[in-house]
Design a protein around this ligand. Structure first.
Ligand code: MRU
Length: 345
C-alpha cells in the first residue's frame, strides 16, 4: 500500500506528522493556510514535491477562510506570498503556488475555492504518476542487481507518493535488482534514519543504516555501485541543491569512480536560477544541531552553523532522472527544453 503524507477532507487537510515518525503515526489537522505554513516550517511535512502540494492545499484553505471577506483576491495574493516563502530552497513550493495563481486569475471567490481544491488534488495524483515514470526512466541507468547509497528522504513521505530517488529504488526493487540500499542517517534531523529506513522496511526492500560519516568507508570497500539522491532545486546549469551532506557524497563518489545520480521532477528544474550560487539556502535553528531530540548534546550557547541544504556542482552529477527521461551533461539545453515543454503541456 502506498504511503500518503497528505490527505484532504471536506474543509481540512491532514498531514502525517513526520517529526513523530517512526515512533508514532500522528495526523495533524490543518484548517488554515497558517496551519500549513507551520507544518512546512517545522518539517511536519517536508521534501520538495510534498511541500509544493501542501502549499497548494494551504492556499485552498485560505481561499475558504477569506471567501466572504472584502478584498478577497488581494488577501489571497498576500497569503500566496506567505505560503511561497515558508521555506526558500525547494522551488516546488513557489512553483505550485504560482501555477495556481495563474489559473485562478479573474475567478470569483467560490470558483477560486473549488478550482484550488481540484488543482491540489490533481497535483498530488500527477506527482505520483510522475514518480512512477521517473522510476521507470531510472531503470535505464542500471543493467542488473546493484547496491545503492541514498541520502535524506525522497520517498512517498517527501512527495505525493512513491518518491523520486526512492521511486527509482522502488522500481529497481520491483525488478529484483536491489541487493542493498545504504541509508545515510542524514544529520541533523535524521530524515534517512527515521523516514527512509521506515519506508524501506515497510516495502521489504533490503536496507542498512549508516551514519553519514560511514559513506566513504563503504565506498572504499567497493560496496556502493551508485549514489542516487533527490533535489530541492536544480539551477539552469545543473547545479543541484539538496539536503546538507549531498555535496560531500558527490565528491566521494567522484573519487571512488561511482556514478552519482539525481532524481527529480521537471517542477524542480529552475531555469530562472542560473547556477548554484544563486540558490537561496535555508538556515535553520541552532538547537537542531545542539540537541538530539530532547537531549542536549552540546553546550546550550555554542555557536552553530546549520544550513539545511548544500549545492552539488553539475560536473559531479553523472545524470539527472526526470519523469520525462534521463538527461546528461551539459544540462542547460535539456533543462530549458524540459521546462519549456512542461509550460506548454
Ligand atoms: O529538509 P527536507 O527534509 O525537506 O529536505 C528534503 C530533501 O533534501 C530531499 O532530498 C528533497 O526535497 C527531494 S524530496 C523528493
Amino acid at each position: 500500500m502506498l504511503i500518503e503524507p497528505i490527505r484532504r477532507n471536506m474543509n481540512t487537510v491532514q498531514i502525517l506528522d513526520q517529526r513523530e515518525l517512526p515512533a508514532s503515526e500522528h495526523w495533524l489537522n490543518c484548517s488554515t493556510g497558517d496551519d500549513v505554513i507551520t507544518a512546512i516550517q517545522t518539517l511536519a511535512v517536508r521534501g520538495a514535491p510534498a511541500i509544493g502540494i501542501a502549499g497548494l492545499y494551504g492556499l485552498w484553505l485560505e481561499a475558504i477562510r477569506l471567501q466572504s471577506q472584502p478584498e478577497f483576491s488581494n488577501r489571497l495574493q498576500e497569503a500566496a506570498v506567505r505560503i511561497s516563502q515558508a521555506r526558500p530552497t525547494a522551488v516546488n513550493l513557489s512553483w505550485a503556488v504560482n501555477q495556481a495563481l495563474e489559473k485562478i486569475q479573474g475567478m470569483d471567490p467560490s470558483q477560486t475555492v473549488s478550482t484550488l481544491r481540484d488543482l491540489a488534488d490533481a497535483m498530488k495524483v500527477q506527482d505520483v504518476e510522475n514518480n512512477m515514470a521517473m522510476g521507470q526512466a531510472g531503470l535505464a541507468l542500471f543493467s542488473g542487481p546493484v547496491k545503492i547509497l541514498t541520502h535524506c528522504n525522497t520517498g512517498s513521505l517527501a512527495t505525493g507518493g512513491y518518491g523520486t530517488a526512492l521511486g527509482v529504488i522502488r522500481a529497481l526493487h520491483e525488478k529484483q535488482w536491489i541487493r542493498q540500499v545504504w541509508v545515510d542517517e542524514t544529520r541533523p534531523l535524521l530524515q534517512g534514519a527515521r523516514l527512509t529506513a521506515w519506508e524501506l522496511e515497510h516495502d521489504h526492500i533490503p536496507a542498512t543504516l549508516l551514519t553519514d560519516s560511514m559513506a566513504s568507508h563503504v565506498m572504499a570497500l567497493g560496496e556502493v555501485d551508485a549514489v542516487i539522491v533527490g533535489a530541492d532545486r536544480i539551477a539552469r546549469n545543473g547545479d543541484t541543491a539538496n539536503k546538507i551532506g549531498t555535496y560531500g557524497l558527490a565528491v566521494l563518489a567522484k573519487y571512488h569512480n561511482i556514478p552519482f545520480y539525481v532524481a527529480a521532477p521537471v517542477s524542480t528544474l529552475d531555469p530562472a536560477t542560473p547556477d548554484g550560487l544563486s540558490i537561496p539556502i535555508e538556515q535553520r535553528d541552532a538547537d537542531e544541531v545542539r540537541r538530539f531530540g530532547r537531549i542536549s548534546t552540546a553546550p546550550a550557547t555554542i555557536a552553530v552553523y546549520n544550513p539545511a541544504f548544500d549545492v552539488t556542482p553539475a560536473p559531479l552529477i553523472t545524470a539527472i532522472v526526470t519523469e520525462r527521461g534521463v538527461i546528461r551533461p551539459p544540462y542547460q539545453m535539456a533543462i530549458d527544453q524540459l521546462t519549456e515543454e512542461a509550460k506548454n503541456a
